[in-house]
Each structure stands twice: as structure tokens, then as C-alpha cells.
Design a protein. Structure first.
Length: 439
């Protein structure tokens, strides 16, 4: 459903009226397209405190496609290296670096603060680095004009591992991701022969991909060069085949809760999967006092138990190739909770628990990363059916003042799936426009 309020605020009368009434004025977001693959303008590279990673960070920034400068009149992006901030007093350098330039950031601009992992042995360093999280989350709520702010924590001596993450966060692909904290490991990224097709020669399977977010994920992974296997329930076969045919993909009609689901997935990918995306999910909303056991059980079975079961079976069988990526779909509801969704929120919080526990072991035992996206209010047929005032609240209660699109979730999945994202592991990234609930 079209966001008529967003369109109205983009007109001169709309801007005048909403300004007079003190109403939200969301900016139209700039998303990736063939015509606009990068941000317009230079990238400002600043430093707060001492840093021993300047050259490595500069090399990583070179992959963004932006011109990196030490000063710029109207930068498209600002990267602040705060990895060397180790004391509370040192936070003054963060203020000194960004205070003079934050107003000059271009519309739909990007701010990325680079931090270090908080030290378990130095509580002063840990305090200073944790302070950056509160700073970035607040900055994301202030800057407006479709701009975003993120914190990326880099492992000691591993600035090169941040290249794919910086390329994503400093691009139009991250339009609806803001106020997030990404903690990178020191794993060495895999080389990517063609940045325009990083998944070339790889096989990806996306569950729940007949329509909506799943179809968008399949489309973006195909754009990035993957051969995609589109999986959905047999009842959605017509839509599933249409989606697969449009992408030159394969269709696999299959109920992901079936006892032999993992075996059938493995048979559909005889050379193994390089990317496994758990997107299938259902809702059966009611308040707990009015929720029968079958509505509880069906949501947990589809959204969580099938994810656990198929992931375990595919990893055990070696059906996820070494260097592979597993991406699960959580939800802002699993972080903040939601009225009438105790079953759904429990299932999505369970996905987050799975990711955090499994990620280090999957990396060590199988050379596979495990991450999750947590969508907020995304414009789909499901949200179009939400009552008007609840729908408007979902759209406006974000720092970006609007709902996201399925492609916003898909671009985040593609970043996780990138061979260069080996250091991105165990992360749960909210694609919610920095929702004011639970963010």
C-alpha cells in the first residue's frame, strides 16, 4: 500500500503544513539501482584519538567506490575512526571531530563510527567504547534527511575485515538500516573476483520465497550472481514458480516443517549450499489469554523449530559448504515484544538465541557464518492489512519516519551472504529504520 503521507510531505504544501503543525517530515530514501549504485559525493575520513589502523581502514574505504578525503564541503558519508578512544576524556575527540561537520552531511548521507571491542580487562576502555554505542544510537535519531548512523566494532589488527561491511553501510543498499551496532571478528575475508557479482558460482536457497520479503531476497541474491533455489509451501506453487522463472532460479515446493525437509533440500542442491536463508514464517496473533494451543504450536513450529531442525541436519550432513552463510529472519517483535504476539515474539527471539549460540561453533566446526536480520515495519501485503492507525504508527515511530521495503531486508541478507563478510558472524541487525521501540 502506498505511503500517501510520505508523498504529501514531499510536496511544497505538504512541507509547509507539516512544518506548521510540527508533524514528522520523512525524507524519501535513496536506494540502490543500476543508475545510482553509490552515494553522490566524497567520503570524509576522520580520526578521534590515536589510531594504528589508519592505512588499513583507508584501504577498506577504497572499496566503497567513493572518493575518500580528509575534508569535504558536503560529504556523502563520514567515517570516524574512534578505535583509539580508551578513556572518558578521550570522548571529547569524538565530539571535536563530528561537531563541526555533522550539519554538512548530504541528504541520505551515512555516518559510520569505527570502534574497538570493549575490553574485559580494562574497564576504562570498555566504558569509553560502550559510550560510542549510546552516542551513535542518539545521533541516528538526530540527523534526519534520510541519513543513517552506525557503529562498527573492529577486532584488534583486523581492519581489513571491515571492507564488505563498510561497502554496505556506506551505500544506498543500507537505506533502512540505522542506529545499529555490528561487531566484527578477526576472520580473514574471502577474495571476491567481481564486486558486481560477489555470489557468482554459488548456490543459495531461500525459504518462503514465493512472494514478499522472500521473493525480494531471492531477487537480490540472483542479482549478485547466485543460482537461487526458491522454496515455499506447495499451496503457493503458482507464485513460487513465477518468482523462480523471473529470476532464472529453481522452484522447490516444500513444507519446511516436513520431517524430510532437510533431506529434500540437500537433494535439490547436490553440490551443496553456499547460502541458506531461513525466511519462511507465519503469524497467528491473539493475546495469550485467548490463544489456543494450536495457534501457539504452529507459529513456533514454522518460525523456530523448523529452522533449528533443518539447520542442524544440513550442517551435520555437510550440505552447507565450507565458507557458507546461514541467514535467519528474526523480528523487531523478538527484541521489543508486541501486543497479541507472544507466540511470534517468542519464536523470533528464539531465532536470535540460536544465532548467538551457533555462530561461533558453526564457524569453528564448519567454516560457516550464522547471522540474522530483524525486520521492523516493512511494506508488504501483510502490513497493508493492518488497521490504518496502527499502520501509520508503525511507519512513523522510526528515526527515518517511514516503513521499509522488502528490498531493504534483502540487501542486508546479501551483505551477510557476501564472501567478503567472513568477519560478520553472530550478528542480529535490525532493518527497521531505527524503530523507536526496542532500538
Amino acid at each position: 500500500m502506498a505511503d500517501r503521507y510520505l508523498r504529501f510531505t514531499g510536496t511544497a504544501p505538504g512541507r509547509f503544513l507539516t512544518t506548521r503543525l510540527g508533524l514528522p517530515q520523512p525524507a524519501a530514501l535513496r536506494r540502490w539501482s543500476l543508475e545510482t549504485p553509490t552515494l553522490d559525493g566524497p567520503l570524509l575520513h576522520l580520526t578521534a584519538g590515536a589510531s594504528d589502523a589508519t592505512d588499513a581502514i583507508g584501504a577498506a574505504l577504497a572499496r566503497t567506490g567513493l572518493t575518500v578525503a580528509a575534508s569535504a564541503g558536503r560529504p556523502a558519508g563520514i567515517v570516524l575512526d574512534a578505535t583509539g578512544v580508551t578513556t572518558a576524556a578521550g570522548l571529547a575527540d569524538v565530539h571535536a571531530a563530528l561537531h563541526p561537520v555533522v550539519r554538512s552531511l548530504a541528504d541520505s548521507g551515512r555516518i559510520v563510527v569505527l570502534g574497538a571491542h570493549p575490553s574485559p580487562d580494562d574497564h576504562h576502555q570498555a566504558a569509553a567504547q560502550q559510550a560510542l554505542e549510546g552516542f551513535v544510537r542518539s545521533l541516528g535519531k538526530e540527523i534526519g534527511r534520510g541519513s543513517t548512523a552506525q557503529l562498527v566494532r573492529i577486532a584488534p589488527g583486523a581492519a581489513a575485515s571491515a571492507a564488505s561491511t563498510l561497502a554496505f553501510l556506506l551505500s544506498p543498499k543500507s537505506a533502512y538500516v540505522s542506529g545499529q551496532v555490528v561487531q566484527l571478528t578477526d576472520a580473514t575475508p574471502e577474495p571476491v573476483a567481481d564486486p558486481a557479482a560477489p555470489l557468482a558460482g554459488r548456490t543459495a536457497l531461500v525459504t518462503g520465497s514465493a512472494r514478499g520479503i522472500g521473493a525480494a531476497v531471492a531477487s537480490v541474491l540472483a542479482r549478485d550472481g547466485a543460482h537461487v533455489i526458491c522454496l515455499d509451501v506447495p499451496q503457493a506453487q503458482d507464485d513460487l514458480v513465477r518468482t523462480a522463472d523471473r529470476l532464472g532460479a529453481s522452484a522447490l515446493p516444500l513444507d519446511i516443517t516436513a520431517p524430510d525437509a532437510a533431506d529434500r533440500i540437500a537433494a535439490a542442491a547436490p553440490d551443496g549450499l553456499d547460502v541458506l536463508v531461513h525466511n519462511a514464517g507465519i503469524t497467528r496473533d491473539r493475546r495469550l489469554a485467548n490463544m489456543p494451543a494450536d495457534r501457539w504450536a504452529s507459529v513456533v513450529e514454522v518460525n523456530l523449530d523448523s529452522v533449528l531442525r533443518t539447520t542442524d541436519a544440513l550442517l551435520k550432513a555437510g550440505a552447507v559448504n565450507r565458507g557458507g552463510r546461514i541467514v535467519a529472519t528474526a523480528s523487531i517483535a523478538g527484541i521489543a515484544g508486541n501486543n497479541g504476539q507472544t507466540n511470534y515474539a517468542a519464536s523470533k527471539a528464539g531465532v536470535i538465541g540460536m544465532v548467538r549460540s551457533l555462530a561461533p561453533r558453526a564457524a569453528a566446526d564448519h567454516d560457516v557464518t550464522v547471522n540474522a536480520v530483524a525486520p521492523g515495519f516493512i511494506e508488504t501485503k501483510m502490513t497493508a492489512a493492518v488497521p490504518l492507525f496502527i499502520r501509520e504508527a508503525g511507519r512513523r515511530m522510526t528515526s527515518l519516519g517511514q516503513g521499509g521495503l522488502p528490498v531493504d531486508v534483502a540487501e542486508t541478507v546479501a551483505w551477510f551472504a557476501d564472501p567478503g563478510s567472513t568477519a560478520v558472524n553472530g550478528q542480529v541487525v535490525r532493518v527497521c529504520g531505527q524503530s523507536l521501540l526496542g532500538a
